[in-house]
Design a protein around this ligand. Structure first.
Ligand code: PMP
Length: 403
């Protein structure tokens, strides 16, 4: 890996060099800008290589199938899964969580069983559990959050019991950047015979993930937050769990033999990949990961933490400004300014070319617990610069002076 060099990194992101529409992009937790390697992969796929995978016998298909499966191997290495069979392509983190709910949970849960879900979750890690609870008679139980926006671990240990079947928790939350103690939670849940589902949508971007060391049962993430294209995501599951699970979607590619008397499903990972997959995005995501692997990621995180501190220092003198649940060494922070609506500030920042997220961040329960209807969120990526922070700080002062 090459030592972290912000100019070299930034030169890889054409969207950040649009002279017509220069932006200060501080919304990378929603989705990231894209590196050239990934853009070129998509471009060359559609220029040269359009074909289907796993079907037919012509050379294009054979070559493409190989690259498609190599991409799976790239993801396996990224998260250190023990086999590529444990990597299932989905549309994103949301679809992966729904797959676990509708396959593992729906076929396993009994009336009275409990699904423990943290109060810090994105709606994607709440609603699928509510849906399967309704289908099976199970109950969704909240693991409460403390006022500092970390999980109440005493409450968690008390809630764990014989009825607990699933613990669903984010690796890193998207509202405050809280890093949950997933290692402790996995060990404790396993001691009660429960499985643990980790929403890695934010965590995979900022940490090295080793699913075997974690002993996670399921770990999910989206490609588009990891510098890849939208519409592709990953479900990691332990092989024994995935093997025992019924398929979710039915169709081509997930079958051995279909007849009107009955159908035999294929093995992993195909069993969960009905229909033509998102071939181009799968291959392009692998390119993003190769690109990321070539970077000094520790250096990148230090860069991000330093920028975040600069932003926090720059805005602390604003009247009525409150950081919501400040976490050490996160890549993002949320804030409100008392007496000014978050959306009004976001609009004035947007007019000055500063792009950030205002609203509830798809986390109604967490915002409710904080007694807020929304926050402003600054989320950073490795391509942000000191100038981005200076523009943000100046623009926020100006907006608050005007409002
Ligand atoms: N979980 C978390 C923590 C997220 O930040 C997001 C995206 N905002 C999701 C889940 C859902 O990801 P996607 O919309 O890509 O499926």
């Amino acid at each position: 890996t090459i030592p972290f060099d912000i100019q070299a990194i930034r030169s890889q992101f054409p969207a950040l060099h649009d002279a017509q529409h220069p932006i200060t992009f501080l919304d990378s937790a929603a989705t990231t800008q894209k590196p050239l390697a990934m853009i070129q992969s998509l471009d060359s796929f559609y220029r040269q290589h359009s074909a289907n995978v796993h079907r037919g016998s012509h050379q294009l298909t054979a070559g493409l199938t190989q690259r498609f499966e190599q991409a799976r191997e790239t993801v396996r290495q990224l998260i250190h899964a023990s086999s590529p069979k444990e990597i299932i392509w989905t549309r994103g983190a949301t679809e992966a969580l729904n797959l676990i709910a509708q396959s593992w949970a729906r076929s396993t849960l009994q009336p009275g069983d409990e699904i423990l879900v943290s109060e810090l979750e994105h709606h994607a890690n709440i609603v699928p559990w509510q849906m399967v609870a309704e289908q099976t008679g199970a109950t969704v139980v909240k693991i409460p959050m403390k006022p500092d926006c970390t999980l109440d671990m005493d409450a968690f240990h008390q809630l764990l019991g014989a009825k607990t079947r699933i613990v669903a928790v984010a690796h890193i939350t998207n509202v405050t950047g809280t890093r949950n103690p997933i290692e402790t939670m996995i060990t404790a849940a396993h001691a009660h015979g429960a499985i643990v589902v980790i929403d890695g949508a934010q965590g995979i971007v900022h940490e090295t993930v080793d699913v075997q060391a974690l002993n996670a049962d399921f770990y999910v993430f989206s490609g588009h937050k990891l510098f890849g294209p939208s519409g592709i995501g990953v479900l990691y599951g332990k092989q024994a769990l995935l093997e025992a699970m019924p398929p979710w979607h039915g169709g081509g590619k997930m079958v051995e033999k279909v007849s009107f008397e009955g159908t035999h499903y294929t093995g992993l990972p195909g069993k969960f990949e009905a229909g033509t997959p998102n071939i181009s995005s799968t291959i392009a995501l692998a390119e993003s990961i190769h690109w990321l692997n070539s970077i000094d990621r520790q250096g990148a995180e230090c860069h991000i933490h330093a920028l975040r501190q600069k932003a926090l220092d720059g805005i602390q003198d604003i009247d009525g400004l409150r950081i919501v649940g400040l976490q050490a060494d996160a890549s993002l922070f949320s804030f409100v300014v008392d007496g000014i609506h978050h959306q009004d500030i976001a609009t004035l920042l947007d007019e000055q070319g500063v792009t950030l997220r205002a609203g509830n961040h798809c986390a109604h329960p967490m915002l409710d617990a904080l007694g807020l209807t929304g926050t402003l969120r600054v989320s950073l990526a490795l391509y942000n610069t000191e100038e981005d922070i200076e523009r943000f700080v100046a623009a926020l002062h100006k907006a608050c002076d005007l409002l």
